[in-house]
Design a protein around this ligand. Structure first.
Ligand code: AMP
Length: 355
């Protein structure tokens, strides 16, 4: 059953992903109603309606459900319970199961391994003694990551020697975690896939990604012939996982390419920073195809519009250089309307279409 243009799409979450989803939805004639705890959020600025509410407030989510025709979410650090309650009242995509899997790093790795994915070596850590045992098993260097609520490098700490275990355990505040072996990767890339309820699947060219301090700096497409085999493996895995979850909407999977191998890092049941280049660089953007998928519309083509595309994030004060960026005819500037340019905060991005 399709949800026709003119209907109202509920977006849970108020960040830049919600903002760009709302802008894509508006182009197709939909109204968006944003639900978030912060009335000053950047998604609400470009949406028709806004409801202020905590992500775990089932009463407020129930009232929100009465005002929308379909719901989606734009980040995964939301308790699955209240969202499952919302899904009882209104169609919600991607399915809550996709959220459940991706919001727990341990569950995610075990799930991916069942479908043939290869995560970096990892061990579960539940207490201080468990961290010593995990370090003995995995070795150093390693990265301790909280199972839940991590993003942009938050909730993770590198351990170079066993003596650093105490400090690392303090840094994650004793939260249930996983210890991952440090991967000496040749490159990082991501697979961006969109699937609709009719099993139609579209995949964009995989971007090669560069991170600094856990934050995405740059995505470039095409990723390069050296990554072709790893990308093919990643694409096949993403298709299997999307089918298994009966996924509807965009799904992103991040990988390390290391010595020809394709190692799974993490997945997100949503539009993704490494897919922002698709707004100008692909025939249909990740945001538009996500809206099409959740509304039951046919998906658009994902071919490149130009031979090469580069997307750079504007982090913190980098966004102050907007005038210079605008002077470059190849550049498409996106600013998210955030007022407080804190260090490490994603303020915007710039996409360059290249020959
Ligand atoms: P994550 O939040 O887990 O995606 O981590 C953010 C970034 O930190 C990754 O994209 C990598 O650049 C780096 N990183 C995370 N885990 C590892 C690892 N096990 N080995 C090497 N680098 C890592």
């Amino acid at each position: 059953m399709s949800i026709p243009p003119g209907s109202t799409i509920g977006i849970v979450g108020g960040g830049q992903l919600g903002r760009m989803l709302a802008m894509a939805a508006a182009q197709l004639g939909y109204r968006c109603h944003v639900y978030a705890p912060d009335p000053g959020c950047v998604a609400a600025e470009v949406a028709a309606d806004f409801t202020e509410g905590a992500f775990d407030d089932e009463g407020a989510l129930t009232r929100f459900a009465a005002e929308i025709d379909v719901a989606t979410y734009e980040f995964e650090n939301i308790a699955a319970g209240p969202l499952a309650a919302l899904a009882e009242l209104v169609p919600l995509y991607p399915p809550v199961d996709a959220l459940r899997v991706s919001q727990d790093r341990l569950e995610e790795k075990n799930f991916i391994a069942r479908y043939g994915g290869r995560p970096a070596p990892f061990a579960e850590v539940n207490d201080r003694a468990g961290l010593d045992a995990a370090l003995a098993e995995i070795g150093t260097p390693a990265i301790l990551k909280t199972r839940r609520f991590g993003y942009d490098g938050k909730g993770q700490i590198r351990i170079d020697a066993r003596e650093e275990a105490e400090a690392a355990w303090d840094a994650v505040r004793g939260a249930p975690s996983v210890l991952e072996g440090f991967v000496r990767f040749d490159a990082e890339f991501s697979i961006l896939l969109c699937r609709n309820a009719e099993d139609q699947v579209r995949i964009w060219a995989a971007p090669r990604n560069r991170h600094d301090g856990g934050i995405l700096v740059e995505s470039s497409v095409p990723a390069g012939a050296d990554l072709a085999a790893a990308i093919a493996e990643g694409e096949a895995l993403a298709r299997r996982v999307a089918d298994a979850l009966d996924h509807v909407g965009v799904m992103a999977m991040e990988f390390f390419a290391a010595g020809g191998a394709c190692l799974f890092n993490e997945m997100a049941p949503r539009v993704h920073n490494s897919g922002h280049w698709t707004i100008e660089g692909a025939r249909t953007s990740q945001f538009e195809n996500h809206i099409r998928a959740i509304c039951g519309l046919p998906l658009g083509a994902t071919d490149l519009t130009t031979p090469r595309v580069e997307m750079r994030n504007l982090v913190g004060a980098e966004a102050d250089g907007w005038a210079e960026i605008l002077a470059d005819p190849a550049a498409h500037l996106h600013l998210y309307g955030k007022t407080d340019a804190r260090p490490g905060r994603k303020m915007g991005h710039v996409t360059r279409l290249l020959d």
